[in-house]
Design a binder for this molecule. Structure first.
Ligand SMILES: [Zn+2]
Length: 322
């Protein structure tokens, strides 16, 4: 992604958080005034409706007008706004999200920004991959050890395995296909951004590596072409926060290289990218479900799934043996 594309949302020195608060109180005062006015019920409804729509539009244009200061990290741009106060990263417990959190924390500390990073973990597969949430907590604690107060709290959300794409496919069909887990992730993030006042939520989705193993159907949105790169894939302006995907055009070998460059291999060792689970009847995880597992047990990576193969490839590219 070129700097010019991000420059659509150039940063100017401006306290976006204070301005957003001012916008909300201005609109609220108007709504209260309409409520108390002598207008008819229908007129009041109409005026309030217009105001709430305008609030959404103004909030969005505020975000866009006072977008990002770009931080160049090993060939890619990481967008951040120095006047933000709270941001969050979707932390799965895998290598990508832990390194993105570290890169952001490093930028914040080097530039003396007053920004706290919270984490959001979507607890998925409790029945057949019950170690995923405990591993995300281990990774979270390690991030706190490394980066101190720059790391805030960890929010956890729950996704019923029955609504995962792998279980029932898409539940919303053409033109915008959506699986249950996609909807839950997106809507929880919208809610928690509102609840905790996050100015941005980062997701560390990377591009599919060019391996001889086919990615699953649900991962096809990771097959992106840098030649067709569009800023709207990386920076999505929601009504009240930015959804940011700075890794969309990079592959896993870049991610692993950052662990090496930042000397964070201890952190890498604690992450788990494997999505193999205890429901499979073959391989090392067979039968390892929620009723087999407890957090004292270590669970090996399956070595067979796409994510294991991608990680092995990326480690090899960087000559790292864990
Ligand atoms: Zn695996």
């Amino acid at each position: 992604m070129t700097k010019q594309q991000y420059d659509t949302y150039q940063y100017f020195d401006f306290d976006i958080v204070q301005y957003q608060k001012a916008l909300h109180s201005r609109v609220n005062e108007k709504i209260d005034a309409i409520r108390k006015s002598n207008m008819s019920g229908i007129e009041k409804q109409e005026e309030i409706r217009k105001l709430t729509i305008r609030r959404k539009d103004e909030n969005r244009s505020l975000l866009k007008k006072h977008g990002f200061h770009l931080h160049f990290v090993d060939g890619i741009y990481i967008p951040l706004n120095p006047s933000w106060e709270n941001i969050a990263v979707n932390l799965s417990g895998g290598a990508d999200s832990a390194v993105l959190t570290s890169i952001l924390a490093n930028i914040i500390q080097e530039n003396n920004y007053n920004i706290t990073i919270d984490l959001i973990t979507h607890n998925r597969g409790w029945r057949n991959r019950p170690w995923q949430l405990p591993i995300s907590k281990v990774v979270y604690n390690k991030l706190k050890d490394i980066w101190g107060d720059t790391i805030g709290s960890q929010n956890t959300n729950f996704i019923p395995p029955e609504l995962e794409h792998g279980a029932i496919g898409y539940i919303v069909h053409e033109p915008k296909k959506r699986s249950g887990d996609q909807i839950i992730v997106e809507k929880y993030n919208e809610y928690i951004a509102y609840e905790k006042n996050y100015q941005a939520i980062f997701t560390a989705i990377t591009k599919n590596a060019d391996l001889d193993i086919a990615p699953e159907d649900r991962m096809l949105n990771r097959d992106v072409d840098i030649q067709k790169a569009d800023i709207h894939d990386l920076a999505i302006c929601k009504t009240h926060f930015w959804e940011l995907h700075p890794f969309k055009y990079i592959e896993k070998d870049w991610v692993i290289k950052q662990y090496k460059d930042m000397e964070l291999l201890d952190l890498l060792k604690l992450t788990r990218s494997c999505e193999g689970d205890g429901s499979s009847m073959q391989g090392p995880l067979a039968g390892k479900d929620a009723f087999w597992y407890n957090s004292d047990k270590t669970v090996e990576e399956c070595g067979l799934c796409y994510w294991c193969r991608e990680k092995q490839w990326a480690l090899k590219e960087n000559s790292i043996e864990l």
